[in-house]
Design a protein around this ligand. Structure first.
Ligand code: ZN
Length: 499
């Protein structure tokens, strides 16, 4: 390796070390920090993130970028990928003039507060003026970020899912929307809803904890490189590939929440634990996009954790850990109960069949805001109309409707689609995996290592060195399609509803 690349890497390592400290502080803030410590914590986080940000836009960094622009031949193969990633991040961070960015940051703080006020009053009007200002600022940033994207909303999409366009999403999402609506219609007309009363039986936290740890371990989450803690809004936080932490919340009358929540976060964790060591201390050492990250968590949650054969092997473990609470519930009844589907207002409470519809609604609305200049005041009306059209329900107030998600108050637009993309990626990966592995045998043996290895080989190891579309194309041999998710949903739900 050339001396200059070594210096470049040493410099990036310093930034990575600061970021690792920030991750640890962030994890601690959401798990164990005493309540009164908030202001002290903000102080130290602000200080360290300031240092990391300064380094990421410093003259020294710029001098590396200019040097390598002229001397790409001095970079190793991975060094070149690294250079491109750093350049991409630098350009994204530097497009907006500092004064405007500071103004925007202040506005975001105000917006979050207004969003809370709106929620308390269940009234969008309280949030509307600030949201309007946020959106108009973002509209003014878009031309600065724009490269070759065709529409304003494409620019926002690209920030979260590189390579994704509204042109592709319009097709994928309309196929998915129509397909899901069809499935739901069939369930309603011909299906027998499963029994669900036993789902609220009391399962003490210690029993749930024992079960979920056992399952997370089995599917490949390495507790020697991670840990599970309690929190209010579950998340996965990686510090480095040997320290990848997951969190959950518990409800003793709804064991599904922690069971599927932990499997989901473990899927995110397994991704981060298996990224190639050669990317350590560089910006390539994390998952490549939110969509691909969700594909991994949803792979474990839906493609494994919702599989009938998976539960066939694991229901007896659940029964024994819950000490007799489910002795009168046979396997079939239990499995079917897990997959009861119903329209609901709140996205994060939706079942796996209806969930993508909640996302498609947000996508269509965001696209209208940025590509068709939909007035912000129209949001509640459009929101309610779409819920009625796609899910057959109308929110009774804005709290149940347009005010439910925090994302927009944080200026986060173009992010929601990743969730539905994750579902589609996951189903397509499973379809491809079945060509190499007999899933039935894997479940029967109750040993999940081959699945983890397949995912590591095709996805995990690359970190952010490959873009989402490239990963999916290489792993599955075709571009993203909505077909596999719809097939999978039919397979699961038609079985559950006896069709
Ligand atoms: Zn997730």
């Amino acid at each position: 390796m050339h001396q200059k690349e070594k210096e470049f890497r040493d410099y990036l390592k310093e930034i990575a070390l600061l970021n690792e400290v920030l991750s640890l502080l962030g994890w601690d803030t959401s798990t164990g920090m005493p309540k009164e410590a908030t202001s002290f914590r903000s102080e130290v986080k602000g200080y360290i993130s300031g240092k990391a940000f300064e380094m990421s836009i410093s003259e020294k960094l710029v001098s590396f970028l200019t040097y390598f622009e002229e001397h790409t031949d001095e970079l190793s193969k991975d060094g070149l990928l690294l250079f491109e990633k750093v350049k991409e991040n630098y350009e994204l961070n530097n497009k907006i003039p500092v004064e405007q960015y500071t103004e925007y940051a202040k506005l975001i703080t105000k917006a979050e507060d207004a969003w809370h006020q709106g929620r308390l009053a269940k009234d969008f009007k309280r949030f509307e003026p600030v949201l309007e200002q946020c959106i108009s600022m973002i509209r003014s940033f878009i031309p600065l970020w724009q490269k070759d994207e065709k529409t304003p909303y494409d620019v926002l999409l690209n920030k979260h899912e590189p390579g994704m366009t509204t042109e592709k999403l319009d097709i994928l999402f309309s196929e998915l929307r129509n397909g899901l609506i069809d499935i739901r219609k069939t369930l309603e007309e011909k299906g027998t809803p499963p029994r669900t009363d036993f789902l609220t039986r009391h399962v003490p936290k210690y029993q749930q904890d024992k079960f979920v740890r056992e399952i997370a371990r089995k599917i490949g989450y390495d507790f020697n490189k991670g840990r599970l803690d309690d929190t209010t809004h579950p998340f996965m936080q990686e510090l480095n590939r040997n320290d990848v932490r997951i969190t959950t919340r518990w409800n003793e009358h709804d064991f599904k929440m922690a069971v599927f929540g932990v499997i989901h976060e473990a899927g995110h964790g397994i991704y981060e634990q298996n990224i190639d060591a050669k990317f350590d201390y560089t910006p390539l050492t994390n998952g490549t996009s939110t969509g691909i990250h969700e594909s991994q968590s949803l792979f474990y949650e839906m493609m494994i954790g919702s599989d009938k054969d998976f539960w066939r092997e694991n229901y007896s473990l659940f029964q024994s850990i819950t000490e007799g609470t489910f002795d009168d519930i046979d396997f079939d009844t239990f499995y079917k109960g897990l997959h009861h589907s119903q329209s609901s207002f709140i996205r994060i409470e939706a079942d796996t069949l209806t969930y993508p519809l909640h996302i498609i609604i947000r996508y269509e609305i965001e696209k209208m805001l940025f590509n068709d200049n939909l007035p912000v005041s129209e949001l509640p009306r459009v929101w309610n109309e779409k819920y009625e059209e796609y899910l057959g329900i109308i929110p009774k107030d804005d709290l149940e409707g347009v005010l439910q998600d925090v994302h927009w108050s944080g200026g986060l637009f173009g992010y929601f689609p990743s969730y539905a993309l994750g579902y589609m990626y996951a189903a397509q990966l499973r379809h491809a995996m079945e060509k190499d592995l007999c899933m039935k045998d894997v479940f029967k043996q109750d040993v999940y290592l081959p699945i983890r290895e397949w995912l590591t080989h095709h996805i995990h190891q690359y970190g952010s060195s490959k873009k989402p579309n490239e990963l999916i194309l290489n792993a599955t041999g075709e571009p993203l399609s909505s077909k596999y998710l719809l097939d999978r949903q039919r397979e699961i739900y038609f079985d559950v509803y006896d069709i």
